[in-house]
Design a protein around this ligand. Structure first.
Ligand code: MLT
Length: 264
């Protein structure tokens, strides 16, 4: 892990392997540790760069609200800091996917390909926005544990909670200690993110859309809809995986990413 001072934030990140850079953006309320199976399994195929977003992991956690554009620009600033001006593969899981789409909107020329994992293109519904405000109030009043306890039962395939205690413990460990300013900042970024549905038809780079068949947070129909709207996408629906599919089925996830990278 390295920590680097960018123009307006200190970010922590992992950087392993060599070859085509693969920027991996974690979801909420997680950290770069989400990508440990990819850092270990893909560093022989790519240069894997996995930051802690502002507000999470070992990065600085200033008071929010944050925006998805700001979180995308933080990632672009990290690439600048690493001297990477050539196009990179940008992958994001869930909120990380919202940020990957924002990255494309703001820095399309820097994108060699996109990986959209367990995510959706649309904005929050009115009920969804209200839910973000409720969650932010919970975080403020009760702290991060209350948020984590609420999220954990929805993160994995239902069978994982009875059959895979190691994966449940790992998901919890990745969320543990998420800073309250980061949780609130990210909730408001998600609440106010723009609808990217119309953008999909303009994305001419190759895209891997990958989703857990048992995702209880974002239904696989969202991945199918993105796949239909994207000009050059491949869809991988991963069985026996929920929202954190890269953690639940790392071998399959990494194999799909490897095939995608080799195709670029
Ligand atoms: C995530 O996993 O990043 C979030 O739960 C996504 C969301 O709440 O929309």
């Amino acid at each position: 892990m390295t920590r680097t001072q960018l123009s307006n934030i200190v970010l922590a990140y992992d950087d392993h392997g060599s070859g085509l850079p693969l920027l991996l953006i974690h979801g909420y309320p997680l950290s770069r540790k989400l990508w440990a199976p990819q850092v270990a399994g893909l560093a022989s195929a790519a240069r894997v760069i996995a930051p802690d977003l502002r507000g999470f992991g070992e990065s600085d956690a200033p008071e929010g609200p944050y925006t998805v554009d700001q979180l995308a620009d933080d990632c672009a600033a990290l690439l600048d800091d690493l001297g990477l001006r050539e196009p990179v593969v940008v992958g994001g899981l869930s909120m990380g996917g919202y940020i990957a789409l924002a990255f494309w909107r703001r820095h399309a020329a820097r994108v060699a390909g996109l990986i959209l994992a367990a995510t959706r293109a649309g904005a929050d519904s009115e009920a969804g926005k209200a839910g973000r405000d409720t969650a932010a109030a919970t975080a403020r009043e009760k702290g991060s544990d209350a948020i984590i306890e609420g999220m954990l039962p929805k993160m994995l395939a239902p069978s994982a909670y009875t059959e895979r205690p190691d994966v449940v413990a790992e998901a919890r460990r990745i969320m543990d200690g998420a800073p309250v300013p980061g949780i609130i900042g990210a909730l408001l970024a998600m609440r106010d993110r723009p609808d990217s549905t119309a953008l999909l038809a303009e994305i001419t780079q190759p895209v891997l859309v990958i989703h857990g068949a048992d995702d209880a947070l974002i239904p696989p129909s969202e991945a199918e809809a993105m796949h239909r709207a994207l000009p050059r996408a491949r869809l991988a629906l991963v069985p026996n995986a929920g929202h954190l599919l890269n953690l639940e089925q790392p071998a399959r996830f990494n194999a799909e990413v490897r095939i995608f990278i080799e195709s670029l």
